[in-house]
Design a protein around this ligand. Structure first.
Ligand SMILES: CC(C)(COP(=O)(O)OP(=O)(O)OC[C@H]1O[C@@H](n2cnc3c(N)ncnc32)[C@H](O)[C@@H]1OP(=O)(O)O)[C@@H](O)C(=O)NCCC(=O)NCCS
Length: 229
């Protein structure tokens, strides 16, 4: 299943995905057992201009896997290079099928193509699956008690890395439109009919009106902000 970039109009779907996570998953994702209200605040605070959010939809267009790549610009005055922080969640019944790893690989490609030098992941030290993904990609792990930090240096972008990204986005958009089409009732598939479609697709505007590469505030970090808000 292709990985698709998400924008502000997907906030409801993002909230639905995150509030479907059980208490333990929320704890692993945010570093604390976020309440529904805290999740809604986190989703409201996502800055799609600055960051990148992407996910995997099943055939019913349910968001079964979601990743947030929060970007931090370079600050030459402090000798700081551009970096990104990665946060991810996969619905429990979709785990163990490689979606988490694929989302991380997608994040690596995306960050690399935007000149990011390092990706960081903050995870609880008990989070074996997340740390396996990071380690498998070559990240350096540093454990500080119950929390671990992983950092991965990215290679510079190349023609091939940009081509990979463009082809992947094209495939994801085709797949998404196909699923939208399949969800519409058979007699209701005229794309010019603005009222066509089931409730599941009612919030979908013309895809041409939205750039495919929109971007999103930090994962673990923004979770803590929502907690304080
Ligand atoms: C972490 C998470 C995203 C992994 O998603 P996933 O789709 O199940 O992961 P994958 O199928 O890609 O598996 C990745 C690796 O973790 C391993 N793994 C998966 N589930 C595991 C588990 N319960 N215990 C130990 N290892 C596990 C896999 O074997 C694989 O390792 P390998 O390739 O070396 O064999 C998912 O468990 C999740 O959503 N957890 C709750 C939120 C969270 O922890 N987010 C990360 C903090 S930001």
């Amino acid at each position: 299943m292709p990985i698709r970039s998400l924008g502000p109009r997907h906030r409801d779907r993002i909230s639905t995905h995150l509030t479907a996570l059980d208490e333990r998953s929320r704890y692993l994702r945010f570093g604390y057992a976020a309440t529904d209200a805290q999740i809604h605040r986190y989703v409201d605070m996502i800055d799609f201009e600055q960051d990148e959010v992407f996910g995997i939809f099943n055939r019913r267009l349910e968001l079964i896997a979601l990743a947030h790549l929060a970007h931090r610009d370079a600050d030459p005055s402090r000798g700081r290079a551009a970096s990104s922080e990665f946060g991810v969640s996969v619905l429990p019944n979709a785990r163990g099928r490689g979606f988490g790893r694929r989302l991380f690989e997608h994040a690596m490609l995306h960050a690399r193509n935007r000149g990011v030098e390092t990706i960081f992941i903050h995870a609880l030290s008990e989070n074996t699956a997340m740390l396996r993904i990071a380690k498998g990609a070559g990240a350096i792990l540093e454990r500080a008690g119950s929390e671990s930090a992983a950092s991965l240096k990215l290679p510079p972008d190349s023609f091939a890395s940009h081509l990979d990204e463009v082809l992947g986005e094209g495939a994801a958009e085709l797949d998404y439109q196909w699923k939208l089409h399949a969800l519409r009732p058979a007699g209701d598939r005229d794309p010019s009919d603005a009222t066509a479609g089931a409730d599941a697709v009612a919030d979908e505007p013309d895809p041409a009106s939205e750039p495919a590469d929109e971007s999103s505030q930090a994962a673990f970090v923004a979770g803590s902000r929502a907690r304080r808000a």
